[in-house]
Design a protein around this ligand. Structure first.
Ligand code: GAR
Length: 187
């Protein structure tokens, strides 16, 4: 099986990155993680790239032309899939157009509910009975692209921010790899 090259964009802890690296080692998983990009030079997730000998790039998003730099490196590495995994920066319309291939994102709610930031607090405040995570295509609408995969669970009465996050992220470990498999299976 010829695997496609994927690049993972991160900003923080990198638990999705760690999981996707692990999955990519499986023979039948459709992508290899060829590159990791972080917009945060102290993102813990960079260590997963380091210990797995995956090239990584730290970009300063305050610098003009940073997206052009990313595009150049992505082309050079023949990347055909970009996976956003806790990348807390909006991807410009121009970037989406110029990359021209698939960009997907994971979000810690059942989209279209609770787009944007502060997701867990909003879920608790609204006393939701059910929540989960969603993997979707990235388009110019924030968290608004076509949905690829979703997983849900029911909240307990005494759910806290901490338990909500743990449960959601546990589901993310299953949902993100599944979404990538689905992408290539549905072709
Ligand atoms: C994940 O829970 C992901 O759903 C969320 O950031 C976390 C990153 O965790 N993404 C967003 O909120 C995007 N709007 P990780 O760095 O441990 O993978």
């Amino acid at each position: 099986m010829v695997k496609k090259n994927a690049c993972i964009f991160i900003s923080g802890k990198g638990s999705n990155l760690e999981n996707l690296i692990k999955k990519s080692r499986e023979y039948s998983f459709p992508v290899n993680i060829k590159l990791v990009i972080s917009n945060n030079k102290i993102a813990q997730g960079i260590n997963f790239a380091r210990i797995n000998s995956i090239p990584f790039l730290i970009v300063n998003t305050k610098k003009r032309g940073f997206e052009n730099l990313i595009l150049k490196i992505i082309k050079k590495n023949k990347i055909s899939l970009i996976c956003l995994a806790g990348y807390m920066k909006i991807i410009s319309e121009k970037f989406i157009r110029e990359f021209g291939k698939q960009i997907i994102n994971i979000h810690p709610s059942l989209l279209p509910k609770y787009k944007g930031l502060d997701t867990y607090n909003k879920i608790l405040k609204n006393k939701e009975k059910k929540t989960g995570c969603t993997i979707h295509f990235v388009n110019k609408q924030l968290d608004g692209g076509k949905i690829i995969n979703k997983k849900f669970f029911f909240l307990n009465k005494n759910e806290s921010l901490e338990t909500l996050k743990i449960k959601t992220q546990k589901l993310e470990r299953l949902a993100y790899p599944e979404a990538i498999i689905k992408l290539y299976r549905d072709r």
